[in-house]
Design a protein around this ligand. Structure first.
Ligand code: SAM
Ligand code: SF4
Length: 335
């Protein structure tokens, strides 16, 4: 049995101090790259971790070295007891944050502040209202924009996530980067990743190199400055000379950052996952409920984490639907 302090260290010596907890599989948007085309059957409520169970499991992780927790989903703000969950987790000594589509964020400004959340990841894939409707199937573009502006006014540090898909929004790369001229946001282009039911196809991928080339062609290569990478960072970041914000690229597909991965995930139904790309998961919730929970369960999953993308070492592996179709959809993992 490993020492408690080692249970979050894998066989390659990667230390997992960043826990991402999905608190729901429900969402108020229907992003085509995330939500499987056939929809997702609603999970019975009793299969979901309660706020107490989320806290209990989070406490175990924190005791063993986790110092950052991100709430995600689905859309975390659709969960009715979001405030309770956040308030309870805010008593732990962690950097607490969330990833949200921002549609409901105006209702939670005070709660976020009182719980010490000062940085959020917000997702927005287009700056065009009709395209927003196409990708999300919901008429929430104006609300999303207003809430992003509200968060900035209220002093939150924002990372803006944009999933790029060829032929859909790759013609907005410059428009997005131009936002960083006046806005102090960290824009991050995310490569489109394959998951169950999201019709991933290599031809729809916009790679890191293509994004950089587009930016350099428009703004001038000499105006593009790489920023220093933080430890465990997933984005390579750049700044255009004189701009307030920055832009980065999360190249999980074309250039993964697995060797410095410090992330571990808990799904809304209490399964621990050692990698976004892997279908390897272990139930922590049932043992917690029947009093057979042991920290060695966590260590078991962490220790068998694969070196790269859940074992899909080559691009050929990743392209093979047999590999990624066994994994959950992004909505059910918690991105
Ligand atoms: N509802 C919240 C949101 O949209 O920000 C949180 C959950 S969402 C699953 C978390 C992140 O995963 C979002 O930034 C979303 O764009 C990203 N995502 C979902 N499916 C993806 C895919 N197939 N490839 C790349 N990123 C994806
Ligand atoms: Fe919902 Fe976020 Fe997935 Fe869009 S990306 S469907 S907002 S969970």
């Amino acid at each position: 049995m490993p020492k408690p302090s080692d249970i979050l260290v894998d066989s390659l010596g990667r230390k997992h101090n960043y826990l991402r907890i999905s608190i729901t599989e429900k969402c108020n948007l229907r992003c085509s790259y995330c939500m499987p085309a056939e929809g997702l059957p609603l999970m019975p409520k009793k299969h979901l971790m309660t706020s107490d169970e989320i806290y209990t499991l989070a406490e175990v992780f924190v005791k063993n070295g986790v110092d950052k927790i991100r709430l995600t989903g689905g859309e975390p703000l659709v969960r009715k007891d979001f405030t309770t969950i956040l308030q309870r987790l805010s008593s732990l000594p962690v950097d607490l944050t969330l990833t949200t589509n921002a549609v409901l964020v105006d209702r939670y400004i005070d709660v976020l502040k009182s719980c010490g959340v000062n940085s959020l990841n917000v997702s927005l894939d287009t700056l065009q209202e009709d395209k927003f409707l196409t990708i999300t199937k919901r008429d929430e573009f104006q609300k999303t924009l207003q809430n992003i502006q509200l968060l900035i006014r209220e002093g939150f540090h924002l990372k803006l996530n944009v999933v790029l898909m060829k032929g859909f929004n790759d013609n907005e790369i410059i428009d997005f980067i131009s936002l960083t001229k006046e806005l102090p946001i960290a824009l991050r282009f995310i490569e489109f990743m394959p998951f169950q039911g999201n019709s991933w196809d290599k031809s729809r991928l916009v790679t890191q190199n293509e994004i950089l080339k587009t930016a350099a062609n428009h703004f001038g290569a000499h105006q593009l400055f790489p920023l220093e990478m933080e430890a465990n960072a997933t984005a390579k970041n750049y700044k255009i000379a004189g701009f307030q914000g920055s832009f980065g690229i999360i190249s999980s597909v074309s250039n993964p950052f697995c060797d410095t991965c410090n992330r571990i995930r808990l799904t809304a139904n209490g399964k621990i996952k050692n990698c976004l790309f892997s279908n390897d998961e272990l139930d922590l919730l049932t043992p917690l409920r029947d009093n057979t929970f042991s920290e060695s369960l966590i260590s078991e999953v962490v220790s068998r984490k694969k070196a790269v993308r859940g074992g899909m070492t080559s691009f050929e592996d990743l392209k093979n639907p047999k590999n990624h179709n066994q994994n959950r959809s992004m909505l059910a993992i918690g991105g």
